[in-house]
Design a protein around this ligand. Structure first.
Ligand SMILES: CC(C)=CCC/C(C)=C/CC/C(C)=C/COP(=O)(O)OP(=O)(O)O
Length: 356
């Protein structure tokens, strides 16, 4: 899968530029709005919309959602090249959620640089992030792979449904964060994560299955695989944040103790609260509830997680999810191309073992 990531990267980057050009000119806006009825403010659109979007896109990101889409297409026996424009849909949606999420979390850093709202202001960042939820739909409208009307409608319906669920999950997360006294179980966390992060994975898989006109049972199996893999990825993200802060992982572009500082109730935190002795659990909750923490407070919280064995617990959970995800692929492997099956199986290892 690492090879697939490296080899598809240039084509994916190029496709994003093709569908979201960096230079906004009158012709681009005309394409959006039809007959020009007024003088298009190309400069305004450029600085308020295109520049912030490109600021984030040019910082990189792994682009694994686009690659996973292409691997699914390959698994269904189709030519990935023909579907490249659709591959960038989940990638652009993901970047949009990141911008909005950083505003909501009050995050300071993203991909090693100040978060978008700190560079461009909250109003511009939010508008750009929201626009990114809709820009990919233009690709479906333009229909580069000549999909039937029915197929395109299925893709729209699916995107609408899964994006709604993404916001439901994000809503749960925000609500739990704001209600610092509420105790959430690890099971509730996994359900929230299935919506917040899992739905974007489901979008990757279902979009590939829909455009490649796969039967319902294949679509359902790959969607479950992608959901479980994405939850494992989210847990991996939470582990990385802690390990990075404990000085064990490479720099992944966030601040020391980022999640603790933001008061996030991650799987590791919930496990520590459930299992640590009550004084330490209460102290951890106290640190999460305030935004006036010193580095010493953050270190103390990290130590509570470590002593409670929460990193190992989270890793076990991620491994279990990865195993279940592999089971989904094994269940339909006779219907899939074998080389792509290997990539899908190895991808579950990448999400759990990554250090970026
Ligand atoms: C509705 C709404 C705002 C939802 C928010 C959902 C959200 C931001 C979930 C976090 C997902 C996640 C683990 C991102 C890191 O992805 P990555 O490591 O692939 O990032 P990269 O693209 O930088 O590599």
């Amino acid at each position: 899968m690492q090879e697939a990531l490296a080899s598809w990267r240039p084509a994916i980057d190029e496709t994003i530029v093709e569908w979201l050009p960096q230079e906004i000119d009158a012709a681009y806006l005309e394409d959006f709005f039809g007959e020009p009825r007024f003088e298009y403010d190309t400069k305004g659109v450029q600085s308020a919309l295109s520049d912030p979007i490109w600021d984030l896109l040019e910082r990189g990101g792994k682009r694994w959602r686009a690659v996973l889409f292409l691997v699914f297409i390959e698994a269904f026996g189709e030519d990935p090249e023909a579907y490249l424009p659709y591959a960038i849909i989940p990638e652009i949606l993901h970047n949009g959620t990141i911008i909005v999420d950083d505003v909501e979390d009050g995050a300071t850093m993203r991909r090693g640089e100040p978060a978008l709202h700190r560079v461009h202001g909250e109003d511009v960042a939010l508008n750009a992030g929201n626009a990114m939820y809709f820009l990919p739909l233009k690709i479906l409208t333009h229909n580069p792979a000549n999909l039937s009307e029915e197929t395109r409608l299925r893709a729209y319906d699916m995107l609408m449904y899964e994006l709604n669920r993404t916001h439901l999950g994000q809503g749960m997360d925000i609500c739990w964060h704001n209600e610092s006294a509420v105790r959430i179980s690890t099971q509730q966390y996994l359900e929230m994560s299935a919506c917040k992060t899992g739905c974007l994975g489901r979008i990757v898989a279902q979009l590939a299955a829909i455009v490649a006109e796969q039967p319902a049972e294949i679509e359902s199996a790959v969607a479950t695989y992608a959901e479980q893999t994405s939850i494992a990825f989210q847990i991996g993200d939470d582990i990385l944040d802690v390990e990075n802060s404990l000085g064990r992982a490479g720099d992944f572009g966030k601040e020391f103790g980022n999640d603790i500082r933001e008061g996030k109730k991650t799987l590791l935190v919930l496990h520590a609260i459930e299992t640590a002795d009550s004084d330490r659990a209460t102290r951890l909750e106290e640190i999460l509830a305030t935004d006036e923490n010193t580095d010493a407070d953050i270190s103390e919280a990290l130590q509570i997680l470590e002593d409670a064995g929460s990193i190992d617990y989270a890793r076990e959970c991620a491994l279990e999810l990865a195993e279940q995800a592999r089971g989904e692929i094994h269940g339909i492997e006779d219907e899939l191309e074998s080389e792509a099956v290997e990539k899908l199986l190895s991808f579950t290892e990448f999400v759990v073992e990554r250090d970026v």
